[in-house]
Design a protein around this ligand. Sequence first.
Ligand code: DOR
Length: 456
Amino acid sequence: MAAGEAPQEKPRLAQIFDLVFKGGTIVNQAGEGLADIGVRDGRIAEIGSIGEGMAGETIDASGLHILPGVIDTQVHFREPGLEHKEDLETGSRSAVLGGVTAVFEMPNTRPPTTSAEALAAKVAAATGRMHCDFAFFVGATRDNVDDLAELELQPGAAGVKVFMGSSTGDLLVDGEETLARILATIRRRAAFHSEDETRLRERMSLQREGDPSSHSEWRDPEAALAATMRLLRLATAAGRRVHVLHVSTGAEMQFLATYKDIASVEVTPQHLTLTADEAYAALGTKAQMNPPLRDRYHRELLWWGLERGVVDVLGSDHAPHTLEEKSKIYPATPSGMPGVQTLVPVMLDHVNAGRLSLARFVDLTSAGPQRIFGIAGKGRIAVGYDADLTIVDLKAERVIENRWIGSKCGWTPFAGRRVKGWPVGTLVRGRLAMWQGELGPACGEPVRFGEALPKA
Ligand code: DOR
């Protein structure tokens, strides 16, 4: 080497991988087909045919489908303050047991995630302790509007979340002026819980003691539609994108189909799978959630929106409460049900039943979240992307059972349901967070976003 010349980096042998998945069927932007995947330094390094002896570890994936890591863009993991229901470790354990590689967590904790300190504390508590990658929504309040533009760019922030109707916790912004100020100040796509607070208050008397089915009468489809119409009017005026969480009614779905330039849409597996009458009869208060379960008519229109591409993402709205809390008498019972662990098997069962294609499932659970939230380096099986993979056995038939649930709450509304299609592996940045039901070491890190990349 001549004097003054920079030392050359030792060339790496391109074929050497830390981990290789051999013989699986990959489903990604290129379609569906047999290919090996080579992983190096936590990233996807090769897709194609990889010879023997090229990897530190080789996993035989023949007979299995390898999907881009499933991203659940709506979970409530309850830490800090409500750890008797869930914490970041147990919630993420439930996630990876269910094949989920990253979650976006909601701000209605105690204290709520409404300040830079609260957000940084969550990121610190989650890093290396959560089993999957994570981002946290920042809650909007009347008092923190001026801080939101800065807060939404903090490391680990998924964006701003607004509760337009009251649900679990105290976060609520229902004044039109404040909503308009929020939309004017932020730049990223904010997420909205869309139920009209005034209408909810007016109709409180429709709650019947001991009858959780009255929850769906009280929080009626009109309350959801009114808030969504108001939101889209304000977003249009402000020239902003918005994300409407857990859309539950047919009229909202049809309305949102006319706003695809600015509105992204989430549906939950429970709104797609359960109907109000059957669920209240079988599950009682466990079926109580906000927005509530609806009847068949609405469920069919959610599928209409899913089939026609109006729906962008699936979110589980994992909202665990203890069985003790759920065993109180309605309406003293809290709203919400767990779901992060059952999203994949419940939806793969719909794939096997022919209700959606595997390609559309992938679109909803990785490409969709990447597209609407601008996730950096995740959401595709492509060279250079994080090696986040959800490995599934589409032929496995299992019964979902409460004892399988890793969440602290220990129950699922889908207990007893026979499903076809099961998550067998969860790879998070090249590390096996779960393989055949066994957990690996926790290695969770913040998800990064193109609009808020941390400076090196
Ligand atoms: O049912 C629900 N439960 N809906 C929400 O919006 C909040 C959630 C919770 O945190 O329990």
